[in-house]
Design a protein around this ligand. Structure first.
Ligand code: SF4
Length: 376
């Protein structure tokens, strides 16, 4: 089972915390779409006949695409790859793009799942983040999509924002539950270098993130959603039964994926590659018939660290029996030894030869993972 990711690097406005690859100019949109189609042709043997079951339009803001543009891209995927019985076709969408008319048009495409960038149902948070939408658009985008028959919806929420009180975070979660969305991705606000947010904090024009608040809101998130029947199946992802994101779960399970577009990453089971993060360079090279990407073949140590990281970030954990088959026995013994203090502190559960993070451990997931990684 394999998947295709298509990066659409256009946005109406720059959110202050964002470090994805995007531009706010739509000038080269049609050339970019031509390049995506050309890249599909160049990469048509990537999967060597393996079946594609998921497509993910990410960005950027792929909801800026017209329904007809999505149809053309999907048609070219069918023409160039072995596609049969597509299980999931996701469109990342900004609430302000999901008007009744747009949703009606999208219903005629292959899209069967929306990932809606809500972030908060409070205007003060959205203004602080410099989001282009407002809270009433967030609410109506979800309801309009549901009314049009899109049941498979995930929303993104951000916690830890200085403007977000614990009470409003509770209300955001209650609202998401009331709206009956079956999947929620929730991210603690992080301040990435080179973002406007990083600069504004450095100039003391915006308040920094409070780590204690981040932790308490994450705890509130886990307790609330798990009490309401959501599975916490990945550190930032919660789903009602049978609503796990198939495309993303395949990433975490080490399946192959092809990323098309500027900055998009691919993995063929052995080698990672990533396209240049510059739209003009990408368009120019691809239209000349050249792929412009960097590559790395993963060493066994890197594969071990990925296995550890993706395992611990998910509910499936690290299965040490599986680890023994893939890696040197000594590495697994060492892993267990180094995990023992965390097992004693009840931050890691060791059961049935599997290591999984407990809720206490999830609060410091990054630290635990970096402590357990193999360093030579
Ligand atoms: S809409 Fe998404 S990709 Fe675009 S700037 Fe905001 S967070 Fe970044």
């Amino acid at each position: 089972m394999a998947g295709i990711y298509i990066h659409i690097p256009f946005c109406k406005q720059a959110c202050h915390y964002c470090n994805f690859h995007f531009t706010t100019s739509l000038l080269y949109k049609s050339d970019y779409l031509k390049a995506l189609i050309a890249e599909m042709k160049l990469q048509k043997d990537f999967f060597q006949g393996e079946k594609i079951e998921t497509i993910y339009f990410g960005g950027g803001s792929p909801s800026l695409l017209e329904a007809d543009e999505i149809k053309i891209l999907t048609e070219h995927i069918h023409n160039n790859f072995y596609v049969d019985n597509l299980l999931e076709v996701t469109l990342e969408a900004n609430p302000d793009d999901l008007t009744t008319q747009k949703i009606k048009a999208l219903k005629t495409t292959a899209i069967n799942r929306f990932s809606i960038g809500v972030q908060s149902f409070f205007d003060e948070d959205l203004i602080w983040m410099n989001r282009v939408h407002n809270s009433s658009q967030a609410d109506s985008a979800i309801k309009t999509a549901q009314d049009a028959g899109f049941e498979n919806i995930t929303i993104d929420l951000i916690y830890g924002t200085p403007t977000l009180t614990d009470l409003n975070w509770k209300k955001n979660l209650a609202k998401a539950i009331d709206l009956k969305v079956p999947h929620i991705s929730a991210y603690g606000l992080t301040v990435e270098e080179k973002t406007p947010l990083h600069k504004l904090i450095a100039k003391h024009q915006k308040e920094n993130v409070d780590e204690i608040k981040l932790e308490s809101q994450m705890m509130q998130l886990m307790e609330t959603l798990m009490n309401k029947g959501f599975e916490h199946y990945e550190i930032s992802n919660f789903a009602k039964p049978n609503h796990h994101a198939i495309h993303n779960t395949n990433y975490w399970k080490g399946k192959k994926y092809l990323g098309l577009g500027a900055s998009a990453h691919s993995y063929n089971g052995n080698e990672r590659s990533w396209n240049v993060s510059n739209n003009n360079q990408y368009i120019e090279a691809i239209l000349k018939g050249e792929l412009i990407a960097e590559k790395e073949v993963l060493t066994t140590q890197e594969k071990f660290n990925e296995w550890l990281m993706t395992g611990l970030r998910t509910q499936w954990g690290c299965d040490l029996q599986e680890g023994e088959q893939k890696f040197e026995l000594n590495w697994i013994k060492q892993l267990l030894q180094e995990a023992t203090p965390y097992i004693e502190q009840k931050k890691i559960k060791f059961d049935n030869k599997k290591l999984t993070l407990t809720n206490k451990g999830k609060l410091i997931a990054d630290k635990i993972i970096s402590d357990l990684m193999m360093v030579k």
